[in-house]
Design a binder for this molecule. Structure first.
Ligand code: 1PZ
Length: 211
């Protein structure tokens, strides 16, 4: 039925998955300000995000491999580290929080990916950036570019030209303007507290976030 449009789509599943995560955060806030987010459900939500890459075309194959490799690293560690806090604890102990390939560094990168999508959705729904290319270019410039090397930045900006149009993206996602707005807003609201929570894991350990 028309009313169901956008209900069982990838975007709806991603939104639902992050809503579940942020609900566990919220329900804990009154009782326990130092909530221990579990790694496994977090990784499951992050894995769902990967389907978006399928809509972006071959130019973002590298971004997909980068993102999925880092999520996979975290997923494989979930047997050993029950929660996100344990990952930070371990890398603090070994002085490897910022070391290339460390779990704390991968978590920081995955968090930047989640924030990039959030910024992209915000731009996509704002009246200003109507095209996907504009929305993605602005989001990338704000969220990820400051932390990427110039070579990566150049490759990403070049790849933006190969992004699908707004209409093509909606079609691939099986969404209409209306259902995409609903589902993107759901993700925007739910991912915000998760991103903030991850930042706090570093901040409370006196690790700056300029990397
Ligand atoms: C519809 C969505 C359109 C959004 C398009 C934006 C695409 C951005 C592409 C980002 C490319 C990242 C390339 C590789 C970067 C690496 O240098 C870093 C640093 O890794 P490290 O040195 O720590 O090992 N890797 C990352 O930052 C991890 C990957 C982040 C990319 C996340 C994108 C997720 C969002 C895509 C939406 C489908």
């Amino acid at each position: 039925a028309f009313e169901d449009a956008g209900a069982g789509t990838s975007l709806a599943k991603i939104a639902g998955s992050f809503e579940e995560l942020s609900e566990t955060l919220e329900s804990s806030l009154d009782s326990d300000s130092d909530y221990d987010l579990r790694l496994k459900p977090f990784c499951e939500a992050c894995t769902l995000v990967s389907v978006l890459f399928g809509c972006l075309g071959i130019a973002f194959k590298f971004a997909e491999m980068e993102y999925t490799a880092k999520v996979r690293g975290l997923t494989e560690a979930a047997g050993k580290y029950e929660t996100l806090n344990r990952i930070l604890d371990n890398d603090m102990k070994n002085d490897t929080v910022k070391s290339p390939g460390s779990l704390s560094r991968n978590l920081r990168r995955v968090r930047q990916g989640l924030d990039l999508i959030r910024a992209l959705f915000l731009n996509f729904l704002s009246s200003g950036d109507r095209s996907l290319k504009e929305a993605a270019t602005t989001a990338y410039g704000d969220v990820c570019a400051p932390y990427h090397t110039w070579a990566v930045r150049a490759a990403v900006y070049a790849g933006m030209c190969a992004l699908p149009t707004r209409q093509q993206l909606l079609l691939k996602l099986n969404e209409t303007e209306e259902t995409a707005e609903i589902n993107m807003k759901r993700y925007i609201s739910a991912a915000g507290p998760i991103i903030q929570y991850i930042d706090n894991l570093y901040i409370k350990r006196k690790i700056n976030l300029d990397w």
